[in-house]
Design a protein around this ligand. Sequence first.
Ligand code: ADP
Ligand code: MG
Length: 227
Amino acid sequence: MIQLKKVFKSYTSDKQSTNVLKDISLTINEGEFVAVMGASGSGKSTLLNIMGLLDNFEEGELLLEEQECRRLSETERAELRNKKMGFVFQSFHLIPNKTVIKNIELALYYLKVKKKERRDRALKILEQLGLGDKTDQFPNNLSGGQKQRVAIGRAIVTQPSIIFADEPTGALDSKTSLEIMELLKEIHHQGKTIFMITHDINIAAYADRVIHIKDGQLFTEADTITN
Ligand code: ADP
Ligand code: MG
C-alpha cells in the first residue's frame, strides 16, 4: 500500500538545520492497522504528513500503491490525497461555517461527485455514525466526540485506500477516546488500512502493529526488547 525507503527530512531555520527523520524505511500493507508511538517532538506528525503527501522530504522514496510520489506536483499530490486518503486530526479540522453535512459533502465535491449523490452519501454516513439528527448543525454546537465522528465520516465517505489519523483522541476525554477507537476498529474490520499516531499506549493497543519512533528513527517491539 505505502512504502517509505530511506527517507530523510530536516527543517532549516535561519541558524541551523534539524534532522527530524533519519533513514526511515517502513511498509504498510493493505488492510493493516499500524500505530506509531513516540514522545512529543519525536517526528510523528512529520512522518504522517510525509506519508499523506502533506509535506516534502529531501532524500529517499515514497511509494503509494507502487507509484513514486516524491517528485509529483502539488496538483498531482492533492488529487491523490482526495482520491485515496482520508485524514483525521487531533483538533478535528472541520470547517466552522459549514454545517455537518456540508463538511462531509465537500470531500465528495473535490472528487466531482454530483450534488444529489453527494448529499445521499453524506446522509448515509451520518446515519451510520449516529449523527442523523446533527446534519444541519454547525461543528461548534457538537461535543468533541461528535466532531471527531464527523471528521471520521469525512475521511471515509470517499472510500479511500488508507486513513491517516494523527492523535485522533488527543483532545477527547478517556471514555470518548475509547468510543472513537471502537469506531476506528470497526472501520478497520470493514477492510480499511489505517495509519495512526499516538503517544498513548492504551490507544496504540487498538492497532495490529505498533512501531516506536525516537529521535527520528523507528523501532519495533522486538528492537525494544533486545536493546
Ligand atoms: P510530534 O508529532 O512527534 O510531536 P513533529 O513531527 O510535529 O513531532 O515535530 C518533530 C520535530 O520537528 C520537532 O522538534 C518540531 O519542533 C520540529 N518541526 C515540526 N514542524 C516544523 C516546522 N514546520 N518547522 C521547523 N521545525 C518543525
Ligand atoms: Mg504531532
